[in-house]
Design a protein around this ligand. Structure first.
Ligand SMILES: [Mn+2]
Length: 360
């Protein structure tokens, strides 16, 4: 009797308990689902991040051209003086000048077994042997940081390869068209300061897309994977040595720097208690960096920045900033900084051909 009586208290309470369990489990799953997707709801889409991109130009790589991407800081994969690493060769802006790079490597008697090469960015664009340079860097497992030209190259490829490029070509027929401004805006986002000359920008986009295709997938993947800041280690009186393409805002952690700033910085100006990069005027970032380092008495606790980018100032060897862009692309020289254990650094340079900018 009790078995078939639905009003019997024991089975009813068991059923109600099961109902409660099911209800609570569903509620818990709903909360869990909401929490895991909350993050996505709040994460800006590629379009929101790259607000100046238009229509079909929403970039494939979400963060390109946006200053809010995280700065990627890595260590070089070797230690000077350990495991056969006898020298570190840090080479200035190569800009695809493969012949000069080879001459420089011959001059320093490069030995891939005992030398580790680090490139300061702007490895490609402008020169004639871009692919050879990246092929060699990959083959010999060199280190490198991203330069502003690599950043722009990726922005051009990701935003304008195929369809976009055709539209750009037709818009170029009317340099005054507002369309040209819209079409170049995604590429302009990859610059620290907006470039007013849209025709020049459009021509440069086409060259960059062409170059990206010429380099091939493997080389483009290598460029895409480059860090933005490289820690080289502690080297005698230079203290902690760090490589970046252009420079740093003093007193800001590397990871908290703005990416477009460290790829382009030359001069800066104090504003709201911090420094902001400026196109003209202001103060040289390296001056502020060096005076700040001098406040640390122990030389080995200072940080020395090795950088490129500033071919206007050229080879600039200050106490804690070593600028290596000696203007190879403009008929200057290509320079290598040579670091050996227990020795002062040396530099070696070779003369370069003059390259004309094809987009001017
Ligand atoms: Mn540069």
């Amino acid at each position: 009797m009790a078995r078939t009586n639905p009003a019997s208290p024991a089975p009813r309470s068991r059923r109600s308990w099961v109902r409660h369990m099911v209800a609570w489990t569903l509620a818990a799953l709903a909360v869990l689902f909401f929490c895991t997707h909350l993050d996505k709801l709040h994460r800006p889409s590629s379009k929101q991040l790259n607000s100046r991109s238009v229509g079909r130009f929403a970039p494939r790589d979400v963060s390109l051209g946006t200053p809010d991407i995280a700065v990627k800081v890595e260590n070089i994969p070797v230690t000077l003086g350990k495991r056969d690493v006898e020298r570190l060769l840090i080479i200035g802006d190569v800009h695809g000048m493969g012949k000069e790079l080879n001459t420089l490597l011959e001059k320093v008697i490069y030995d891939k077994k005992h030398d580790h090469v680090i490139l300061v960015g702007d490895v490609v664009t402008l020169g004639l042997e871009n692919k050879d340079v990246v092929d060699l860097a990959r083959k010999d497992k060199w280190s490198a940081v991203t330069g502003n030209h690599e950043w722009q190259l990726l922005a051009a490829f990701d935003n304008y390869n195929s369809y976009d490029l055709e539209k750009l070509t037709s818009a170029l027929k009317d340099p005054q068209s507002p369309e040209l401004g819209k079409l170049t805006s995604a590429y302009n986002d990859a610059h620290l300061f907006p470039q007013p000359d849209k025709v020049k920008l459009a021509k440069k986009i086409k060259l960059d897309v062409q170059l990206a295709n010429d380099l091939g997938d493997a080389n483009l993947k290598w460029i895409r994977g480059l860090p933005h800041v490289l820690r080289v280690g502690d080297i005698q009186s230079l203290g902690h040595v760090v490589v970046v393409h252009a420079g740093f805002i003093p007193n800001v952690e590397f990871k908290d720097q703005s990416l477009l700033t460290i790829l382009n910085l030359m001069n800066m100006q104090a504003e709201d208690g911090t420094y902001k990069p400026v196109e003209k005027g202001g103060e040289w970032w390296a001056d502020a960096w060096n005076s700040l380092q001098k406040q640390t008495e122990d030389e080995q606790k200072r940080t020395t920045v090795v950088y490129g980018h500033d071919q206007g100032r050229g080879l600039k060897l200050e106490s804690n900033t070593l600028g290596l862009d000696s203007g190879c692309k403009k008929g200057g020289t290509l320079t290598a900084l040579i670091l050996k254990p227990g020795k002062d650094y040396e530099t070696e340079s070779v003369k370069c051909r003059t390259m004309k900018k094809k987009y001017e």
